[in-house]
Write a protein that binds this ligand. Structure first.
Ligand code: GUN
Length: 300
C-alpha cells in the first residue's frame, strides 16, 4: 500500500496557522473574525457538520454563532436573516448549510449572500472569479482542501492527468477550475466525468490523480485505478454495518481495501478530505476579516 494522506493532521496544522493569523489580526487592534452559520431544519448530518465547523472556529479563536431556523421556515424568513447578516459588519463570513429543505431555493439563497462574505465560495461571483483565475475570490472549501492536501503531501499536479468523478457545483466543477489554472499547485490536465460518461472505468484508469466525488459508497473499485495513481476520496456515505457500535459507519466513494494496494498515495474516510474542508473554511473566514480590516488594500 502507498502513503496514507493524513488529512486530520494537516487540518490541525492549518487550524494552528489560522489561529496565529487571528492572533496577529487582534494584535493590530481588530476584533476576531466572525463566521455566521445558518442551519435550517434538523438534518442529522448537517447538524454534525455545522457543530464541527462551530467547534473548529472556537478552537482557532474565531467568533462563531449558529443561527437555527425550523425546517418549515418561510423563504422570506431565511432571506431576511441572510440580509441581516450581510448588513452586520461584525460577520466576515456567512454560510448557509446545504442541503436546504425542498421548499427553499438553494440558488436564490446562495445568491443573496454578499460575495465578499460568501466564505463557502458558492456565489456565482466567486465561482466565476475562481474559474477566471482572478485574485480575491473565495475558493469552495472542499476542492481547496484537496488542492492543499496534494501540495502539502509533495504531490505535483503540474502536467498530471487529474480525473475528477462528479460534476457538482460544490466539488467537481470548482475542483476542475482550481487545478486547470496556471500556477503553483495547478497546471493539471483535467477530465471531469459524471453519470453520463461513457467508458468511465477506462478514463479513470488514465488518471495520475483520481478525485472521487460522486456520493456513492465504494463506487471506485481497483479495476478503475492505474497502478501507482494518487486517489483522493471526497465521499462521505453512511452504510449499514451490524458490527459497528451504531449499526452503521462512514465510508468514502472509493473501495479503500481494494484500491489502496494499487496507489502511491490515498486519502482515508474518515480523516482525509473532511477535516481539510473545515480548515479551509476557517482560512477563508480569516482572509475575509483581513480584507475587511484593510479596506483600501483588499479586493472584494
Ligand atoms: N453541504 C455539503 N458541503 C457543504 C459546504 O461546504 N458548505 C455548505 N454550506 N453546505 C454544505
Amino acid at each position: 500500500m502507498g502513503t496514507l494522506i493524513d488529512g486530520k493532521a494537516m487540518a490541525g496544522q492549518i487550524q494552528a496557522e489560522v489561529a496565529l493569523g487571528v492572533q496577529a489580526l487582534c494584535a493590530e487592534g481588530h476584533r476576531p473574525p466572525g463566521l455566521a452559520a445558518v442551519l435550517v431544519g434538523e438534518d442529522p448530518a448537517s447538524q454534525v457538520y455545522v457543530r464541527n465547523k462551530h467547534k473548529a472556529c472556537q478552537g482557532a479563536g474565531l467568533r462563531s454563532e449558529i443561527f437555527r431556523l425550523p425546517a418549515d421556515c418561510p423563504r422570506e424568513q431565511l432571506l431576511g436573516l441572510v440580509d441581516l447578516l450581510n448588513a452586520d459588519p461584525s460577520w466576515d463570513g456567512i454560510l448557509v448549510q446545504l442541503p436546504l429543505p425542498a421548499h427553499l431555493d438553494e440558488q436564490e439563497v446562495i445568491e443573496r449572500i454578499q460575495p465578499h462574505k460568501d466564505v463557502d465560495g458558492f456565489h456565482p461571483v466567486n465561482a466565476g472569479r475562481v474559474l477566471a483565475g482572478l485574485p480575491g475570490a473565495f475558493s469552495p472549501a472542499t476542492p481547496a482542501g484537496v488542492q492543499e492536501m496534494l501540495k502539502r503531501s509533495g504531490i505535483s499536479v503540474a502536467g498530471a492527468h487529474v480525473v475528477i468523478v462528479g460534476r457538482s457545483n460544490i466539488v467537481g466543477k470548482p475542483m476542475a477550475s482550481l487545478l486547470v489554472q496556471k500556477g503553483e499547485g495547478a497546471d493539471a490536465t483535467v477530465t471531469v466525468c459524471h453519470s453520463r460518461t461513457r467508458n468511465l472505468p477506462e478514463i479513470c484508469r488514465q488518471a495520475d490523480i483520481l478525485v472521487a466525488a460522486i456520493g456513492r459508497a465504494r463506487f471506485i473499485t481497483a479495476d478503475m485505478v492505474k497502478e501507482g495513481a494518487v486517489v483522493v476520496d471526497v465521499g462521505i456515505n453512511r452504510v449499514e454495518d451490524p458490527s459497528a457500535p451504531k449499526g452503521s459507519r462512514l465510508v468514502g466513494d472509493v473501495d479503500f481495501e481494494g484500491v489502496a494496494p494499487r496507489c502511491s498515495a490515498i486519502t482515508p474516510v474518515p480523516g482525509g478530505v473532511g477535516p481539510m474542508t473545515i480548515a479551509m473554511l476557517l482560512r477563508n473566514t480569516l482572509d475575509s476579516a483581513r480584507r475587511r480590516s484593510r479596506p483600501l488594500g483588499g479586493r472584494v
